[in-house]
Design a protein around this ligand. Structure first.
Ligand code: CA
Length: 446
């Protein structure tokens, strides 16, 4: 289990009156293991600052009861002051600590967001439609053109493809247009002292103070998502600490306002997460109906030429440029949808953003920016997307039938897919791992 980059994702989706849907990726939710799904923050939370609902968190965690939240909030200042020795040990001056925390109050609205488990009914293809569209492609190409010289230098220095960096920029914040306005100090301080993830966020809070101590980012510009991700590519403070670089050599690692620092830091992050220079992230593939879908498992990677022996091809019969590369097969929407052979670089993107739909959107947007085609195969758009409660029920039923889905949480990732495959195989269905209404019905009836 990764212990590095906390990656929660919450997208605020706002359907605009003109031009269809646009994603407001508030880039919130970064936490380890959140594979495969995108918790959504209900629309309409921007404009005005909604207060904490006063409701207990949906997680049922003892630190998320309304009483526990109120109690922690009442002790907020004491809690922060208790963190001072830890800050001092990191070289934070009393002055910086004081300035950052003197008039700080907890932002309890974050407690609603931390435990937000809304009904979300967006499918994999909905996210791709929202995140990879003509407007985002056009804007990305403008970004690439405008900062061409910087991208040249960064590619040379880090060996990370400019299109993937641009795609992260585009998917995370629509190129900086939407990044969240919450002060990172306040958000991380709140989460370090209130709620169920205090240990995790203590580190984020202290890392935020380190940023202020070093003066890397201007305090007024250190704003972002409720979980503390900031800047156009949404660095968490700890990720900033590990990956940010001062590419323009002005003495500050400013991933918010310096485009060279932003681009280089994002590239450095991917490189440190295992990006292999000169390779792509993966390929859309056509899957033969005869495939043994038990092979579609992110733990089973094999050379592409072996996948070819299993009958996988690229749409239009294009050859695979590097048949010896190892890949795993992702089939996010089952036998009726496209497959994807995922290379090492897809795993690097997943470390940046562990929701499969988002990681695939990043890879695909990168390809489109480079001039690539839309996916050739249709998604099964007629499939009804299970509600959150249904997904939770599906997982609970799988557990009851002896399958390992991890902790049932309504998020359908690789583990749940693997469990579904097992169940489908047992009942004589094509084990494609897709959480369809049919699978749920069959689980219920057993
Ligand atoms: Ca700099």
């Amino acid at each position: 289990m990764r212990t590095t980059r906390l990656t929660f994702i919450a997208a605020i989706l706002v359907v605009s009156a003109i031009g269809g849907a646009s994603a407001q990726n508030a880039r919130d939710d970064r936490y380890p293991g959140a594979t495969g799904t995108i918790p959504l923050v209900a629309a309409g939370t921007q404009g005005g600052a909604p207060e904490w609902t006063g409701e207990p968190g949906a997680s049922g965690h003892p630190l998320m009861t309304a009483a526990a939240i109120r109690h922690a909030a009442a002790n907020f200042n004491t809690c922060i002051e208790h963190l001072w020795p830890l800050a001092a040990r990191r070289g934070i001056s009393r002055n910086v600590f004081q300035t950052a925390t003197a008039s700080l109050t907890p932002d309890l609205r974050i407690m609603d967001l931390l435990d937000n488990q809304p009904e979300f009914t967006k499918s994999f293809w909905d996210y791709l439609d929202i995140l990879v569209n003509d407007a985002r492609i056009q804007k990305g190409r403008e970004v690439l053109e405008k900062y061409r010289a910087i991208f040249d230098a960064v590619e040379k220095a880090y060996g990370v493809d400019r299109y993937i960096v641009t795609a992260i920029w585009g998917v995370e914040t629509n190129y900086g247009a939407i990044g969240g306005k919450r002060p990172v100090v306040r958000s991380t301080a709140t989460l370090a002292c209130v709620g169920r993830r205090q240990n995790y966020f203590r580190e984020e809070f202290l890392s935020t103070l380190e940023i202020l101590q070093r003066g890397d980012v201007h305090p007024d510009r250190l704003v972002g998502s409720w979980a503390g991700a900031f800047g156009p590519t949404q660095f968490m403070p700890t990720a900033f600490k590990r990956f940010a670089v001062d590419f323009d050599r002005d003495g500050r690692r400013d991933v918010v306002d310096s485009v060279p620092d932003l681009i280089a830091s994002t590239a450095n992050n991917l490189k440190k997460d295992g990006w292999v220079a000169g390779q792509t992230w993966g390929y859309e593939v056509v899957i033969p109906a005869t495939l043994n879908f038990m092979l579609a498992d992110n733990h089973r990677s094999m050379p592409i030429r072996d996948w070819e022996r299993h009958g996988l091809t690229r749409p239009g019969g294009k050859p695979f440029p590097r048949p010896d590369d190892r890949a795993f097969l992702l089939v996010p929407a089952g036998v009726q949808g496209p497959g994807f052979l995922m290379l090492t670089n897809f795993r690097a993107i997943m470390k940046y953003n562990p929701a499969e739909a988002y990681a695939l959107a990043i890879g695909h947007l990168a390809d489109r920016l480079r001039g690539g085609e839309p996916f050739a195969q249709e998604w099964p758009r007629y499939e009804r997307v299970l509600s959150r409660n249904e997904r939770l029920e599906l997982q609970q039923l799988l557990v009851r039938h002896g399958y390992d889905v991890g902790e049932p949480d309504g998020r359908l990732g690789a583990k749940t897919r693997s469990a579904i495959r097992g169940f489908q195989a047992k009942i004589g269905q094509v084990p494609d791992g897709f959480a369809s209404a049919v699978v749920l019905d069959r689980l219920r009836s057993r």
